[in-house]
Design a binder for this molecule. Structure first.
Ligand SMILES: Nc1ncnc2c1ncn2[C@@H]1O[C@H](COP(=O)(O)OP(=O)(O)OP(=O)(O)O)[C@@H](O)[C@H]1O
Length: 725
């Protein structure tokens, strides 16, 4: 019994069963006792006791085994939980890798975007155009603060580029005759592939649907195999190479349907993005709304070159509206149908693309994403600009110079340098004539967005307009001494060619004249040895047989006084709306109100771009304070500082919150007739200055002549606006 009493509850359970066995057998003792001797009886009792001991020992062993098993089970459960945690963390990491943000990034991005956009629309930074008529997709109005930000961005653009680089600014019409855009290639090639919902007729950009499908699979479907993931990545990489047929085949293969209705889609077909019009009442002169401002500069090259004293290099610049009839405008200001472009066309000698001021930017270091690194699946990394040009990653110094200047422009506006990268175009993204292209991409809640394209377009545009207009858009290099040069002369014999090729004679003549020196000299050698040669005429799409009598090829020596050449063009092209939207996102943050019960919106715009630099508040509604506020307002006006007086009777805390939401960097509060406080938006710190000094202090800080830290240490101050409520 001692043994039993020392057992655990499980042991007692076993012992209970044992006791039943014992008592059952003891019921039979009296009858057995009469039939057996006392020895036998004792033996029986002993044997029964032995059985009981054995049973109890078994029970103890079973209990021990159960205990060991329980420990094992606990350990297994712990291991399972550990594995589950590890799995969740790997899932998060995978999500982070594919989305580029935290594991729950998609949700954060969306709620962040919603918060920014609610504030932007509520405070009239920008709003859908024609809202009372239910709006039109892809058209937006800038309201007062948005307009002010835009005009500040453009003013800084003019300062940073036109003024500091001595550029020639022009302003050309938006309505452009067809001939100009035919020459530039826009009439024939400025297209996107479109698909239609077969039932409703709603249009979509075919590549966007395929891109969205692949991205969604990669980002949200964690169950796809690594082979499938590689396939989707490959499709994304070759997207720009896909023909209409290939794009259509992929859409069918993946079962992509109309996103809004799930209806089947038509085959993709090209849609020209230009808005067509006709110029004048006759309707006989077709025209388009320009899709870019650049063409206005190219067609004026001759006059601008003359204006510049017939000297290269020089740059012309233009700010203006561009129009693109986007198939499916989306993402707010990022893809719209009318937008402001600021473009620079820098004309340079193709044989000398060095830049005298390259050393000014060579030491800049920032995120670059060269073509090779993209192809090998690596990430953008920080590269010194000087190194990128020296190693040939960036094609030439002038292109590199503009990349550096664009970096400085964007970061001074307030774009976060850690969310800005320069991505080189892949070979399939570049036009065949381009020497090199880099996009300044800014990361927003929509991902990485191309905001500035910086391209070396070689001589393509000027060549094209020379050819179509018949006006040579060329530059001259005058030699100090005449130079003897050997020139290749290709003289097709039109009579012979006409007899042989009849209607195709013109194609053959043009192809012969377009031969490069190496090809022409090879033809000459072949004609001399064989008398005839096979020649591929690209516009006919076939070989023709050229005989010796059909063309004369020679090299002649000539004295030349100048070199005539078509300049190369390096073009930085800024989408102002995209830059502004990214700036809104990079500047926005929320902070708790003083009581902590509310989240307040703030735009931390640098003074340079802030829509209003300063607000003036009389602390309470009172005649004397309002008079002081008017005096300060007058001196701010004289100093050229944009500002606003807020004399509403609301609490000072509410008025601060309202201006923080507009991104106003400074607030002057009139709380006496001799001195006032100036509060800085982000730190909420305040200094006390005399009424007479207030405007000049704000001006010094907004103009960047003094820092806030400097004025803070100079004037009496106190931290974090105790009186904000
Ligand atoms: N629909 C648009 N809405 C707003 N900005 C645009 C639009 N299309 C182009 N931009 C801006 O104009 C700049 C120059 O235009 P570009 O022709 O190089 O763009 P793109 O390569 O056609 O742009 P995307 O590929 O995004 O359509 C771009 O870097 C971008 O900032």
């Amino acid at each position: 019994m001692r043994l039993l009493s020392s057992l655990t509850p499980l042991g007692q359970h076993f012992s209970f069963r044992l006791r039943i066995v014992i008592s059952f057998q003891s019921c039979n003792f009296p009858r057995l006792f009469t039939m057996a001797s006392s020895e036998e009886s004792l033996r029986n009792t002993l044997s029964q006791k032995q059985s009981a001991v054995d049973a109890q020992a078994n029970a103890v062993r079973a209990l021990k085994a159960a205990k060991a098993a329980k420990a094992e089970i606990d350990a297994a459960i712990e291991a399972l939980n550990g594995l589950k945690i590890e799995k969740a963390s790997i899932e998060k990491k995978l999500q982070a890798v594919v989305t580029g943000v935290g594991g729950d990034g998609a949700l954060n991005r969306e709620s962040f975007r919603q918060a920014v956009n609610n504030t932007l629309e509520r405070r009239l930074f920008y709003i859908p155009s024609f809202k009372i008529y239910r709006g039109v997709a892809g058209l937006y109005d800038y309201g007062p603060p948005g307009c002010a930000v835009k005009s500040n961005v453009l003013a800084f653009w003019r300062q940073h580029f036109v003024l500091e680089e001595n550029m020639l600014e022009v302003d050309c019409p938006c309505v452009t005759p067809e001939a100009v855009l035919k020459a530039s290639g826009h009439v024939d090639k400025f297209t996107d592939l479109m698909v239609k919902d077969e039932k409703t007729g709603t249009c979509y950009r075919a590549d966007h649907l395929l891109k969205d499908f692949c991205n969604e699979k990669l980002q949200k479907d964690l169950s796809i195999s690594s082979e499938k993931a590689a396939e989707f990545k490959h499709v994304l990489a070759i997207m720009d190479d896909l023909s209409a047929e290939q794009l259509g085949a992929k859409i069918k293969e993946y079962g992509i349907v109309a996103p809004d209705t799930k209806n089947p889609l038509s085959d993709p077909y090209p849609f020209n993005l230009m808005f067509q019009t006709s110029i004048g009442p006759s309707g006989l002169l077709p025209g388009y709304m320009r899709p870019e401002t650049a063409q206005g500069i190219f067609v004026n090259f001759k006059d601008l070159y003359y204006y510049n004293g017939n000297k290269l290099p020089f740059a012309a610049a233009q700010i203006g509206q561009a129009f693109r009839n986007e198939i499916s405008p989306r993402q707010g200001l990022l893809r719209v149908r009318e937008f402001t472009l600021a473009e620079i066309e820098h004309f340079v000698d193709p044989e000398d693309k060095s830049h005298p001021k390259f050393t000014d930017v060579a030491n800049l270091e920032f995120l670059m994403f060269p073509r090779e690194e993209q192809m090998s699946g690596k990430s953008a990394r920080i590269i010194p600009l000087g190194e990128a040009v020296a190693k040939g990653t960036v094609n030439n110094e002038t292109l590199g110079y503009f990349i550096g200047r664009v970096y400085l422009f964007l970061t001074r506006l307030g774009i976060d340098k850690n969310r800005l990268r320069f991505r080189q175009h892949l070979a399939n993204e570049m036009a065949h004539y381009a020497a090199d292209c880099w996009d300044a991409e800014i990361e927003s809640s929509y991902g990485w967005i191309e905001c500035v394209g910086i391209a070396d377009r070689s001589a393509y545009d000027l060549h094209a307009h020379t050819e179509k207009s018949g006006v040579p858009l060329v530059a001259h290099e005058k030699f100090a001494e005449p130079r003897e040069v050997e020139k290749l002369v290709i003289a097709p014999v039109k009579k012979e060619l006409g007899l042989a090729f009849k209607g195709s004679q013109k194609n053959v003549v043009e192809a012969l004249e377009a031969m490069k020196e190496k090809e022409a000299l090879e033809m000459k050698a072949n004609l001399e040895s064989n008398g005839e040669v096979e020649f591929y005429v690209c516009t006919l799409g076939k070989n023709v047989l050229i005989k010796k009598s059909m063309v004369a090829i020679s090299k002649e020596k000539k004295k030349e006084h100048q070199r005539v050449f078509t300049p190369s063009v390096i073009e930085p092209s800024f989408g102002i709306g995209r830059i502004i939207y990214c700036l809104f996102e990079h500047s926005y943050y929320m902070r708790p109100s003083k009581g902590g019960d509310e989240q307040l919106n703030v735009f931390r715009f640098p003074p340079l771009v802030a829509p209003i630099k300063c607000t003036v508040f009389p602390l309470v509604q009172n005649e004397q304070y309002e008079q002081v506020a008017k005096v300060i307002s007058k001196s701010l006006t004289l100093s050229g500082i944009s500002h606003k007086i807020d004399i509403t009777g609301t609490s000072i805390g509410k008025r601060y919150a309202r201006t923080d939401e507009l991104g106003v960097p400074f607030a002057i509060t009139v709380d006496s007739t001799s001195s006032v406080t100036i509060r800085e938006r982000d730190s909420k710190d305040q200094i006390r200055v005399s009424v007479e000094e207030a405007a000049s202090v704000v001006k010094d800080v907004t103009d960047g002549l003094r820092t806030w830290e400097n004025v803070w240490s100079t004037f009496p101050h106190h931290a974090s606006a105790a009186a904000e409520d």
